[in-house]
Design a protein around this ligand. Structure first.
Ligand SMILES: [Ca+2]
Ligand SMILES: [Ca+2]
Ligand SMILES: [Ca+2]
Length: 221
């Protein structure tokens, strides 16, 4: 069975150690990075990260990433996929999009997206300030803009958000409420993630049209 790309907090140190060496040679994947289509995409971990193989954004036959705590404990998951490792800025990534679903019982989530440099606790981590509480039992798409550092909080390290985005080692999700520290907040419950997309804007058609029209406007004036 393939190794799960999203693992619980307990495996953080081991995973970061594995990723450190090859990280520099890897390039980030843009567009739809994870649709969690297959049941084999996920494997249960000690912190309850699974892929049910059904009930995702794509419907009955589409899986998703299910994070669950059966007890009151720190709630979060991180990606170990090489798709996220590298220079997001250089790749032209401006936003991150994903779908969330507060599956099964309804919890009062404050769910966050985070990015970190390689290096684990020795690196830098920034967390998006808006906590998300997705609908209970249905999927909603969220888009996180990466450009405005004032919308983010640094949880550890010294790098700017721009420096982290040029050297991403890990993408995380977690439940977190203020005040913010380096660890997630505890909650008992379960949430679904699907269709994680690193967005690179297309060249604007309207902008191209404006450039074409510019000489015509000048001739008329
Ligand atoms: Ca899916
Ligand atoms: Ca909820
Ligand atoms: Ca739930």
């Amino acid at each position: 069975m393939p190794m799960n790309k999203w693992v619980g907090r307990a495996m953080l140190a081991a995973v970061v150690t594995v990723l450190l060496a090859p990280a520099a040679a890897r390039a980030v994947t843009t567009g739809l990075v994870d649709n969690f289509a297959s049941g084999t995409n996920g494997r249960g971990s000690s912190t309850g990260v699974t892929n049910p193989g059904a009930g995702g954004v794509g419907g009955a036959g589409d899986g998703f990433l299910r994070i669950a705590n059966s007890f009151f404990g720190n709630f979060g998951a991180m990606s170990t996929s090489p798709s996220y490792i590298g220079d997001w800025t250089g790749a032209g990534v401006t936003d991150v999009s994903f779908h969330l679903n507060d599956v099964d019982a309804d919890q009062n989530f404050s769910f966050r997206f985070l990015v970190s440099t390689p290096g684990g606790s020795a690196g830098t981590t920034w967390q998006y300030n808006t906590g998300l509480n997705p609908p209970n039992g249905s999927w909603q798409q969220y888009t996180i803009n990466l450009s405005d550092e004032s919308q983010w909080t640094r949880l550890r390290g010294t790098d700017s958000l721009a420096q982290v985005l040029a050297n991403v080692g890990t993408a995380h999700f977690r439940h977190d409420v203020a005040p913010y520290f380096s660890n997630p907040d505890p909650i008992q419950g379960e949430i679904g993630i699907d269709n994680i997309t690193l967005i690179v804007p297309e060249p604007s058609a309207a902008c191209g049209l404006a450039l074409l029209l510019l000489p015509l406007r000048r001739k008329r004036s």
